[in-house]
Design a protein around this ligand. Sequence first.
Ligand SMILES: Cc1ncc(COP(=O)(O)O)c(C=O)c1O
Length: 447
Amino acid sequence: MHKRTEELIKSDAEYIIHPWYMVGQNSGIVFEKSRGVYLVDTEGMEYIDMASGNCCCNLGHGRREIIDAVTKAINETDFTTAFFGHSNVYAIECSKRLARLTPGTLKHFHFTSGGSEAVDTALKTARLYWSNQGQAGKYKIISLYDSYHGASGFSAYVTGSGQGAFQNAFGPAPAGLIRIPSFYCYRCTYGLSYPACDVRCARILEDVIQAEGSNSVAAFIAEPMIGGGGFFEPPMEWWQIIRDICQQYQVLLIADEILSGFARTGKMFGLENWAIEPDMMAMSKGINGAYLPFGAMAISDKVYQSLKGTIFSQGFTYCGHAVSAAAACAALDIYVKDRVVENVVKVGNHVKQRLEAEFSPLPCVGNIGGMGLNYALELVENKNTKKPIDPATKKELVQNLLGNGIYTRIIGRLGNRLHIGPPCTITVDEADKALDIIQPLVARLKF
Ligand SMILES: Cc1ncc(COP(=O)(O)O)c(C=O)c1O
């Protein structure tokens, strides 16, 4: 290792506290450059980015159009406020482009600096909606175990993955947050099998709303497919059942499209896979390909009309930041111009076929979940008992992957789901190159 890298790693350990990592430690990798689907560290080692950073670099790295748009914007302006009703040209341009892509009447936006802020804003807006209808008692929010919605005040408490890690030690939760089991079919909470289960995990929502009293439930929030909680998709009927229950009991449906949105699942937005239109949407990550911090809440006409003419008592300093919005304008143009959704379908189908043909038969692969270009392999010691691989094996596999030029992570409820989620712009050849490296490393796991 070069002296420079050694010093950087030492300084990092001394000064930087990493998210979800042992304080005072780091991974020993310092990234320095990124281009296309590749990341390069300070040792000059190249890695194929099989996790799209944090599943956010949907357009790959080093896109000239985005870099130019950001450079142009920052030469013109830096920060001007969105408070006091002021606006900037890039935020307006961005909202017009978004409105051309979002489904149905979800054409009204509030910008944020990231995903957690978008989720917090959506949850507060749902409560505001009911309060404006004279029903302030309708404040409860239902979410899913295995979900990940963020790390800020509200979003951390509706997050259901992590077995309490996101909430414990941070004091009492805000009131009125309820979690129900998710659609993790491989480890069904009810011990049932699809389709004989009659999608119990969706129908339970009705039982919970009835038990709580529908006049106390403001909203239900879920990701179109589970992301950071393990990358798996719901059974086909799940979303329609959920939509119908929300409709019947007058519960707002909030789609957390932060990870699923922007081509990731093979549609521009995840819920389009089931032709479901939510009342509200949280977006971030792919919105500008993660070139700068940015996010948004989108609301339907119904919700917008209830707010119109009232003060929107929510907002962050960097709301609608011009330079982040300029990056989003360029990114949104790329999604359309380069037909990124079509690429996800083409490469995603190819990746899925290879996962099923070459990984599924391996004794340590218990389950393959996901859709579009967002998959996970569940690694187990034994397919019958479904015992997850142990932490030492997991650590060794991650090291072997890195050592062979693959960047990804192993996460999920039991920390044993290997993420395969490259940029949505990856080619078949690049995906093949990565899978050719990953397959033998997974195949040689022995217990
Ligand atoms: C589905 C989902 N919601 C919310 C968030 C939180 O976003 P952020 O980390 O930008 O606050 C994430 C981040 O991974 C996410 O995947």
